[in-house]
Design a protein around this ligand. Sequence first.
Ligand SMILES: [Zn+2]
Length: 185
Amino acid sequence: MATLPIVRLGHPALRTPAEPLPASRLATPEMQRLIDDMIEAMRDAEGVGLAAPQVGAGLQLFVYEALDEENPAGSIPLRAVVNPMVEPLPGEMVYDWEGCLSIPDLRGLVPRHPQVRVRGLDRHGKRLDYVAAGFEARIVQHEFDHLNGVVFLDRMRDLHSLAFYDEWEEYLRESDGSSSADRPE
Ligand SMILES: [Zn+2]
C-alpha cells in the first residue's frame, strides 16, 4: 500500500480551516484507515506530527509521536487528537527550532507557549483532557495551527533565523543545544 502523500506549501488545504469530525463519522472504517495512514505517513517521513490538512483532508484531526531511543523516558507516545481545543497555560513564550513536513528542508525559530491544555477526542471517540508541556506542547501548537490554516512561518517573529536544514545543522543547530528540529511536524 502506498503511503499517503503529504501536500506542500501552496496547496490550498494548508490554508483552509479544517471542519470538525462528527463522532459518528470518526467511527467509520474510512476514518480509522485515514488515521492509520496518517500515522504511517508521519513515521515514513520521520516526522513527529502530522495534521489531516497535510494529507489534503480538511478535518480537525492530527497525530503525533516523538520516540527518543537514547532517552526513552523523554519519549512522547503516539496520540491521535480529534476536534481539539488547545488553551495556552500561563508561562513565558519559549523559542525553539521547528520544521514542517509541508515546508520541506526549512527550519526556523518559533515562539510557543510552554504548556497547553488539550481537550478533544481520541480516535475511538473517548474524551481527552490533558496538559502538554515542553516539546509536546510545541508539537500540539504546531499541529493545531495546521487545523486553522496556519503554518510555522506565520508564527515566526523574525525571519532572520530561517535556514535550510544542512545550513541549520552546520551553523545554527548548536546555538541553543536543541535537536528537536531534526524531525519536522
Ligand atoms: Zn507542519
